[in-house]
Design a protein around this ligand. Structure first.
Ligand SMILES: Nc1ncnc2c1ncn2[C@@H]1O[C@H](COP(=O)(O)OP(=O)(O)OP(=O)(O)O)[C@@H](O)[C@H]1O
Ligand SMILES: [Mg+2]
Length: 226
């Protein structure tokens, strides 16, 4: 198995005036379909940089990234945009919900951006949003505005939104970073449910508690340690 995601000798160098910051220094990573991987490491070690790269939000300075066997450096901007929209679900520490939209509309929203022939009709989009919300236990909060929800509930909306396009994998950057321990445990439980249904999950976390029953990768100074 060659891996759903494979990064080979990934470098990311940021140039600031005359100095260079090497956020990734020849990092290798393979994630197979169906895995739940936790990425841990000190602040500034390159965790978010790696996740953004896997999410095609950023490109490596050097090295190759393969997703589903396809080299991302060979893809056009259009292909990368399509991949972000259809194949990848993102979850962030700060939820990033749209405050003026209801919970239902927040989850329906990403489907509006699907390319023409793949975009479901409005009734279908709403049905899929409602199914995703049921899946994360928020069937009774569909009409709420995000501001009326608890932090844990907001993050569950974000998980439903990440799932709604049936992505190949889910990327979560410190999804429990703003939550207390009960809400955090609940979010991890939902992510494990999502994973047991066949979704690949890659999560950055600082909290050892959240990594139980996952494969832990430790990153330090831009490389993964053995
Ligand atoms: N856009 C950028 N421009 C310049 N330097 C950057 C940029 N993004 C990240 N860096 C630097 O790259 C290094 C890795 O940053 P990254 O955000 O990946 O760390 P992290 O492991 O996610 O840390 P944290 O746990 O604090 O979120 C840091 O030294 C950071 O200052
Ligand atoms: Mg980070």
């Amino acid at each position: 198995m060659d891996g759903l995601i494979k990064g080979v000798e990934l470098w990311k160098t940021y140039k600031l005036d005359v100095t260079e910051v090497h956020a990734l220094r020849g990092l290798n990573i393979t994630v197979d379909k169906g895995e739940f991987v936790s990425i841990m490491g000190p602040s500034g070690s390159g965790k978010s940089t790696l996740l953004n790269m896997i999410g095609c939000l950023d490109t490596p300075t050097k090295g190759e990234l393969y997703i589903g066997g396809k080299k991302t450096s060979d893809m056009s901007d259009k292909e990368l945009t399509r991949m972000r929209a259809e194949e990848i679900g993102f979850i962030f520490q700060t939820f990033n919900l749209l405050p003026a939209l209801s919970v239902r509309d927040n989850v329906e929203f990403p489907m509006r951006n699907l390319p023409g022939k793949e975009k479901p009709k409005k009734t279908k989009r709403i049905k899929r949003a409602e199914e995703a919300l049921e899946q994360v236990g928020l069937g009774d909060r569909m009409n709420y505005l995000p501001t009326k929800l608890s932090g844990g509930e907001r993050q569950r909306v974000a998980i439903a939104r990440a799932l709604v396009n049936h992505p190949q994998f889910i990327l979560a950057d410190e999804p429990t970073g703003n939550l207390d321990s009960d809400a955090s445990a609940n979010i991890i439980k939902v992510l494990h449910e999502v994973n047991s249904e066949g979704n690949t999950v890659i999560m950055v976390t600082h909290d050892k508690e959240t990594t139980k029953d996952t494969r832990i990768l430790r990153i330090r100074d831009g490389v993964i340690q053995d």
